[in-house]
Design a protein around this ligand. Structure first.
Ligand code: GAP
Length: 525
């Protein structure tokens, strides 16, 4: 069963991300840029840990996969051959007044009152605007008609193509108003309420010009997926790696899509990162490897802290699947805004290599030493989004519980239960008091001992309980405290020992300082 969406939880997560430096709006001081995000000091660590773990299990721990790092700009011919130039598009509809676009498949039926205004007049200079079509604004149930009139005035300013002062807009006289009840219609923009145009295709690739001239011959696109550079380098990588089928080529990198409706925080962005593997195999083994990779990918998410029960596998139907794919699974996760795709695992047959062979005239065939046959390999592709994985990890880890404050009074604690493997900071080190030089010196020695092995954080300011809380909120799994026992003021046996606190259980254990790197490495690897 799908979990109900929880907008309040999502709001708390977005606010934590900004407050603690995980994710900021891009170009924030200039009002932002829709669909672009910047990762702050903690976000960048989390993202790196996800990418590094993906690389570790998909490349380093395997004999049958090698990596590559392709360029974002490629010859336009790549995008013609792959089919992206002609078909990488969404059907979209446009608000006829504000020109705001919306994906045709994302418009939910709306009911309300449709207002039609046939014109408006500016009181200052009596400018009259005659609309060629009536200005239609849907007034949703419960919405006051005055707010609809306000929108109508703003639309007039747009239609009149002249800059009107806000108070001038307010005092426009609307000429001719009609209204009627609308039930379950998909013909109005979900945000502006304006009448929508018919659906038309909108290519999602960002077009750009390479070189000094801006003409047809210099057009190319920012890559919308990393996969294509793997296909076009297939022969080079095969030759240098001397791999035999089945084998894979992995890549992590940026991709760009001019999404019509970027939304749900970083979930649907215009600039994002992908982690893709193209696993080449024989045609007769395609379906076997598809199922194999689905299982591997589910294990990956479990190993970074998303339990199997929270992951849902959708078998993509024949109608929804790309025409060249013989089988596709979507791995979905219950985000607070609903169940959505995290990753696609697709059996793409020999479509991509065949297309590039045809268009380039260069052989992309594989030579089988044993059978002495040449053929184009088939491919299975697990394709994951870094940003979506990071968002799912934050959503999964965010929790609130009760913990005692300094005076023993119970208070709400925000605790982000990241798996230690992906936590941005692995261990925080605290001297019990900052004005005791020996405690501080010892704590700094521990930081130096741990730093070559992991990302650690030193904090001496504020009461110890507060310092723990700050770390709980950013998901640091372990906290080491240097106290007077460490200096063996009371008990010789405790000399050079510290307390190690576990974020989730809040339990503390006493350990020798020299054992810390080994014990922590075991727990975070
Ligand atoms: N090469 C296949 C491919 O690109 P896709 O399903 O379009 O397939 C793969 O994308 C993954 O990339 C998605 O499952 C998602 O995790 C991520 N992704 C796609 N579009 C995205 C967007 N606009 N914002 C963030 N992540 C996106």
């Amino acid at each position: 069963m799908t979990k109900p969406s929880d907008p309040q939880r999502m709001e708390k997560i977005v606010s934590l991300c900004k407050r603690r430096g995980f994710i900021f709006q891009s170009s924030e001081i200039y009002g932002g840029l829709n669909g672009s995000w910047d990762y702050g000091p903690l976000g960048v660590e989390l993202k790196r840990n996800v990418k590094n773990y993906w690389w570790r299990v998909m490349v380093h721990e395997r004999d049958d996969v090698v990596g590559m790092d392709g360029s974002i700009l490629m010859n336009r011919a790549v995008w013609k051959a792959s089919g992206h130039e002609d078909t990488f598009s969404d059907l979209m509809r446009e608000c006829t007044y504000t020109h705001k676009r919306v994906r045709a498949d994302q418009i939910l039926p709306q009911s309300g009152i449709e207002f039609s205004f046939t014109g408006a007049e500016s009181p200052r200079d009596k400018t009259r605007c005659e609309f060629s079509v009536p200005l239609v604004i849907l007034c949703r149930k419960g919405e006051h008609p005055d707010s609809v009139r306000r929108i109508a005035r703003e639309c007039f300013a747009t239609v009149a193509s002249r800059k009107l002062e806000p108070d001038e807009i307010k005092s426009l006289t609307l000429l001719g108003e009609q209204s009627r009840q609308i039930e379950n219609s998909c013909d109005y923009h979900p945000e502006t309420g304006g009448l929508l145009s018919d659906a038309r295709s909108f290519n999602l690739m960002f077009k750009t010009y390479v070189g000094a001239t801006e003409d047809e011959s210099s057009i190319t696109y920012l890559r919308p997926e990393t996969a294509q550079s793997i296909f076009v380098q297939f022969k080079n990588v095969l030759e240098v790696s001397r791999k035999k089928l089945p084998f894979g080529i992995a890549q992590v990198g940026k991709a760009f899509r001019n999404e019509i409706n970027p939304r749900n925080f970083t979930f649907r962005s215009r600039e994002f990162e992908q982690m893709e593997l193209e696993y080449f195999c024989r045609a007769e083994e395609g379906m076997k490897w598809l199922d194999y990779w689905l299982e591997e990918r589910l294990k990956f998410y479990e190993n970074i802290g998303i339990p199997r029960a929270q992951l849902h596998v959708k078998t993509v139907s024949d109608e929804e699947r790309a025409f060249y794919s013989k089988g596709t699974y979507d791995i979905e996760y219950d985000f607070p805004f609903g169940r959505q795709e995290l990753e696609g695992v697709a059996y793409r047959t020999d479509y991509d290599l065949s297309q590039h062979q045809k268009a380039s005239g260069k052989s992309l065939e594989y030579f089988d030493e044993e059978t002495k046959q040449k053929f184009i390999p088939h491919v299975v592709e697990p394709s994951a989004g870094v940003d979506r994985t990071v968002l799912a990890l934050i959503c999964e880890a965010y929790s609130e519980d009760e913990a005692p404050d300094e005076k023993g009074k119970m208070e709400t604690r925000i605790v982000v239960r990241f798996h230690p493997r992906i936590a941005p900071i692995k261990c925080a080190v605290f001297p019990l008091l900052k004005n005791k030089e020996m405690l501080v010196t010892k704590a700094k020695e521990i930081v130096a001992l741990l730093r070559p092995h992991m990302n650690v954080f030193y904090d001496e300011s504020g009461a110890i309980g507060r310092r723990y809380r700050r770390q709980d909120e950013i998901g640091t799994p372990f906290g080491v405290t240097v106290d007077f026992e460490t200096l063996s003021e009371k008990d010789q046996q405790l000399r050079d020992t510290v307390t190690l606190r576990d974020r989730d259980s809040m339990k503390q254990e006493r350990l020798l300082i020299k054992d810390l790197p080994r014990i922590l490495l075991l727990r975070i690897s």
